[in-house]
Design a protein around this ligand. Structure first.
Ligand code: KG4
Ligand code: ZN
Length: 364
């Protein structure tokens, strides 16, 4: 295909207001701009994302972020082929803000509108960054989700398993809170864990004794709470060494669970005899270097290629939404002005939703 397609993407499903312009020219993919405006400061005093504050901030900032993305890409609205926007799952107020902006642009500039599933954005990122051919196996591991998917096409996902309670991102954030680190917890836990002893505390590796790819992380967080309380009781407070060893022990437990379950998911995927077997990881927790390195090892041992997007494309961004929109645009998808924001939106329509619901909304 030699046609050039240029898409504006908008993302506002959690606490990042983001806009990006992505272009495909034949086989080449270009991120012409990717602007992300976080809200960490606004939520800091509450210890987590406050949905109402997030929604208001998106409403105030999105027009500026979108304008910035267009300017940086040196693209006018008339150069675009379509507008893609996250229409769910996520915090409903934020998703509504993005969808309203996208509709306004679509009407004003007479552009097609495409509602994108946020999870499809993460799941298709390896196609934007590495042009991975279908079908590939994906571990989507973020603040609100954790699932193994066989990605068959831009709107065809088969779930092999996932978390039955917390997502690893949630567990990282809760662990950070328990040991006195700021939010978002993942990067902080990773930072203090460096050089610490991952074996001092014996944390569980939940559900490894059960077959299959389902996972559980809520018990791990409770184990961290108990170990922290023991440290506090012993020393009348948490020492820096305690904090670092707790972080390292927790991170190692998450790493081991994700590694073993990935090994099993790869086995199932290989049974499909894909021509060019590939395992990819995406979502915020994929930014964790210890976890990435372990998954790379598992892939190498299983004889499959491994892809992990650059860090800025692991955490929430709008380039992934623009890309997913671009693939769906090419497949003929168009939404009307009746496009509704969806707080829940499972990727795999054929399976029942996973159990539980998390801080960042329902697990699809
Ligand atoms: O994909 P994402 O930006 O948002 C959702 O769609 O949920 O993921 C955010 C999550 C947060 O829980 C954050 O703590 C976690 O990803 N995270 C990390 C790292 N960077 C972000 N977790 C572990 N290590 C990291 N370096
Ligand atoms: Zn996300």
């Amino acid at each position: 295909m030699d046609q050039t397609i240029t898409i504006l993407g908008i993302e506002s499903s959690c606490d990042d207001s983001a806009a990006a312009v992505v272009r495909r020219e034949g086989d080449a993919r270009h991120i012409l701009s990717s602007v992300v405006l976080g809200q960490t400061d606004l939520h800091a005093q509450f210890g987590g994302v406050v949905p109402e504050i997030a929604a208001r901030a998106h409403t105030e900032k999105l027009d500026h972020v979108i304008e910035h993305a267009l300017t940086e890409a040196r693209v006018k609205l008339t150069d675009l082929d379509a507008v893609a926007v996250t229409a769910g799952p996520g915090l409903i107020g934020g998703v509504m803000s993005g969808v309203m902006y996208a509709k306004a642009i679509a009407v004003g500039a007479q552009l097609p509108l495409i509602g994108v599933n946020h999870l499809a954005g993460h799941a298709l990122t390896p196609r934007l960054t590495d042009a991975l051919p279908y079908p590939y196996l994906l571990l989507l591991v973020s603040g609100g989700h954790c699932q193994f998917l066989i990605v068959q096409g831009c709107d065809a996902f088969d779930r092999l398993g996932g978390t039955i309670d917390d997502s690893p991102g949630e567990a990282f954030d809760k662990t950070a809170r328990l040991i006195g680190l700021p939010q978002p917890g993942g990067p902080e836990v990773e930072r203090v864990a460096e050089g610490a002893d991952p074996d001092r505390f014996k944390f569980p590796r939940p559900l490894l004794d059960r077959p299959g790819c389902d996972m559980s992380f809520s018990g791990l967080k409770t184990a961290v709470l108990r170990a922290r309380d023991d440290c506090v009781a012993a020393n009348d407070g948490l020492t820096q060494q305690d904090q670092a060893d707790l972080a390292a022990g927790f991170q190692a437990a998450v790493r081991d669970v994700l590694a073993e379950k990935s090994r099993r998911a790869i086995e199932t995927y290989l049974a499909m005899k894909p021509v060019k077997p590939s395992f990819a990881v995406a979502g915020g927790v994929a930014a964790n270097m210890t976890i990435r390195a372990e998954l790379e090892c598992v892939s190498a041992n299983s004889g499959v290629g491994f892809t992990a997007p650059p860090l800025a494309l692991c955490t929430d961004n709008a380039a992934m939404i623009a890309w997913a929109g671009l693939e769906q645009f090419e497949a003929g998808k168009r939404d009307g002005l009746d496009l509704s924001p969806l707080p829940r939106w499972p990727l795999d329509h054929r399976q029942a939703p996973m159990l539980g619901s998390g801080r960042k909304g329902a697990k699809a």
